[in-house]
Design a protein around this ligand. Structure first.
Ligand code: SAM
Length: 218
């Protein structure tokens, strides 16, 4: 069934307020802030909840999943340092909000989701609002080896460990951003591939993501 969308929402500057709020919380990358200011987040919500769309909160999107909190999306996007034309793999498409931000930053985006219901909805919503990544349905904990290597990989679900397969799919100089920890809290981790078998890891702030479920995950 094709989805039908109505965009008669008057957000009365709420999106600009969200950008200001994220700046105050420490997001500095002007391109990330511009992207947040551009993507219509209310499209990812049921009409009943449009008034929640520009609050800095995660929100249930069905099938036990959430649209990520804008601060988390901005934080991961800032860490990823996307350059125009970068080949980026996103693991955990969900509703596709983070995907739109990455596309606004100039990514050539490959995005994978394991839940068919979400996938089916997102492949209709994103093109409708003008965003066209390469969509995949399946277990992203193994990456997508057929399209590797990538300049950047971003994981938007909490992993119990860093899967080796993801590191192998990075180009030399490539960067992985992944939340790693237990079910309740994860550290945001960045891993830079500095050589064939040489990686630099940095552990950053604590977040709480839904679990990365799959062959190389929970
Ligand atoms: N990026 C989304 C956004 O912009 O709001 C939020 C993603 S949500 C926090 C995490 C997503 O990862 C869920 O949709 C979940 O189904 C998906 N996921 C979990 N394990 C996965 C796996 N192994 N492969 C692909 N997607 C997975």
């Amino acid at each position: 069934m094709a989805y039908k969308f109505v965009d008669n929402y008057r957000e009365k500057g709420a999106r600009k307020q969200l950008v200001k709020h994220l700046e105050k919380r420490g997001i500095e990358d002007k391109n990330v802030l511009r992207a947040i200011g551009k993507v219509p987040r209310h499209f990812f919500f049921d009409e009943t909840f449009w008034n929640q769309a520009y609050r800095d909160i995660a929100f249930p999107i069905g099938d036990g999943q959430t649209i990520s909190q804008p601060y988390t999306v901005a934080y991961q996007s800032e860490l990823l340092h996307v350059k125009d034309g970068d080949k980026v793999l996103e693991i955990g498409t969900g509703c596709g909000y983070q995907s739109c931000i990455l596309l606004e930053l100039g990514a050539d985006l490959y995005t994978i989701e394991r839940q068919e219901n979400l996938y089916n909805r997102t492949i209709q919503v994103l093109p409708y609002i003008g965003y066209k990544p390469h969509f995949f349905l399946g277990d992203g904990s193994k990456g997508i080896p057929e399209h590797a290597p990538y300049d950047k990989i971003i994981v938007t679900a909490g992993a119990p460990f860093v899967p080796d397969v993801m590191l192998k799919q990075l180009k030399p100089g490539g960067l992985l951003v992944i939340p790693v920890g237990d079910e309740n809290s994860q550290k945001m981790v960045t891993i830079l591939r500095v050589g064939e078998n040489n990686f630099e890891r940095i552990d950053l702030d604590t977040f709480r993501f839904v679990p990365l479920v799959g062959d190389k995950a929970w």
